[in-house]
Design a binder for this molecule. Sequence first.
Ligand code: KIV
Length: 271
Amino acid sequence: MSVHSEIKKITTETLRKMKFDKEKITMLTAYDFTTAKMVDAGGVDAILVGDSAANVMAGHETTLPITLDQMIYHTQCVVRGVSRALVVADLPFGTYQSNPEKALDSAVRMMKEGGAHAVKIEGGKEIEDSIQKIVNAGIPVMGHLGLTPQSIYQFGTYKVRAKEESEAEKLIADAQLLESLGCFALVLEKIPSVLAKKVSESINIPTIGIGAGADCDGQVLVYHDMVGMNQGFSPKFLRRYLDLYTEITGAIAQFVGDVKKVDFPNEKESY
Ligand code: KIV
């Protein structure tokens, strides 16, 4: 009996081919089983277990506090809900920057315990050795350049990155370096569209943009933002497909009202 599922799964190679075929790639975040099932059923190509879980799931102001153990837990939950998409998990702040050995240990834990299909890490030249070590161990790595939220205290602001020539030039050089190190794809966050286009045309691995314009090879959004659960967050790049905050709080208010006036449960809803 074959242990391989009948469903055609997305691999890093599929994404590479999609760029070659000029077919746009879609990616959304998920941090739990139920959401991952819906996101997978909706047909996205990749699911990102983002360290944005620190914001969205835990209510932290930045992504810095989330731990590797917590990211592994979220990844395990997501992987159980997915049958088609490629599951990429963020390595959190402090688990790969200090030295390549630590980076590899973190990536191995994410693959072995979390069940991720690939890891994502933020940065370019500064973490070159860590990326190389992880790639050499056979672990697929997705890069992340531009606004890299783990460096927020260095940036001091969530504004668009690489508007100046020098930062734009470094970003292009970093993108080419990440490709040469063996990264299979690259997230470009909050950079000018013209620069994202230039980067996307200058490398053979797919770029996946968030706030980086339409010329990236794919697009990623945070699930809670695109379904409108997060009312307080309205950056220009975000398109809200639902207003779930209003829907859910409205449903909850109805439930509260129904219980208060002893309308719920009715006879049909009772044993
Ligand atoms: O953690 C995350 O959700 C991300 C995306 C914004 C790309 O890194």
